[in-house]
Design a binder for this molecule. Structure first.
Ligand code: ADP
Ligand code: MG
Length: 225
């Protein structure tokens, strides 16, 4: 895995964010679960991509300068027909202009708790893993726990226990309990990846949607050192 990933990363410019597919390939090599997505370049192929993703679908603009996609109207959720996807692409392209190089189409994930798992290569500490409450309010609420890997399952559990949002994972107010074991497993795997790949400067899975049976990262970004 190390050798395959190293070759893959060597082909990409240093200091830059990897494209969606390279990032997904890297994460998958370590068993990190990432939502499948189809890269498209125009409204018609976007509509056709729903044959692969299924419906309802999500459309997200891509481009090197599009970091917080939802801030600029670059994310459309719950599109129910190919025609809605086609129309959403046209509207997005008109709004974003040349900043939008293309888009990805994804299946809508099941509803769950939105967490964030992150990794950074710290100058002196080496890799550092973060987990917290995710979604678009993650910076605002800053509910996070940090560790230096290796992180085992029990340690991942302790990280989650430090979060103020921890009760949300255990079935808050009649909601189904989240699959905490699956989330712990994903934290362990991100720790292993960051430990194993010193060429990665920063990794950001936000959100990782946690349901009662598993997790999926629907937005995954990886930056090379
Ligand atoms: P960005 O962080 O760049 O704004 P995201 O891809 O994280 O864009 O999408 C923003 C929000 O949209 C997510 O926090 C999540 O609530 C929702 N979302 C994104 N992709 C999906 C998906 N495939 N299924 C369900 N909800 C999604
Ligand atoms: Mg995101």
């Amino acid at each position: 895995v190390r050798r395959i990933v190293a070759a893959d990363l060597a082909a990409h410019p240093q200091g830059r964010w990897l494209d969606e597919h390279t990032a997904a390939r890297l994460l998958s090599a370590y068993g990190v679960r990432v939502a499948g997505s189809v890269a498209v370049g125009d409204p018609e192929t976007a509509a056709e991509a729903t044959a692969l993703t299924g419906l309802p679908a999500v459309l997200k603009a891509t481009g090197p300068r599009l970091v917080h996609k939802s801030d600029v109207g670059g994310v459309r959720l719950g599109l129910r027909t190919p025609e809605q996807v086609r129309q959403a692409y046209r509207e997005m392209a008109a709004r974003l202009g040349p900043a939008m190089r293309g888009a990805i189409v994804q299946a809508m994930a099941a509803e769950g708790i939105e967490m964030i798992i992150g990794g950074v290569a710290h100058e002196t500490l080496g890799p550092l893993i973060m987990v917290g409450l995710g979604g678009v309010t993650t910076e605002l609420l800053a509910d996070r726990a940090f560790r230096v890997p290796p992180i085992d399952r029990a340690e991942a559990g302790r990280m989650l226990g430090e979060l103020r949002c921890a009760p949300l994972l255990h079935g808050y107010r009649g909601r189904p309990a989240a699959d905490v074991r699956a989330l712990e497993d994903q934290i362990v795997r991100v720790g292993r990846l960051m430990d194993d790949q010193p060429g990665i400067a920063e990794l950001d899975l936000n959100p990782v949607i946690v349901t009662s049976d598993g997790t999926v990262a629907v937005d995954a970004r990886v930056r090379l050192a």
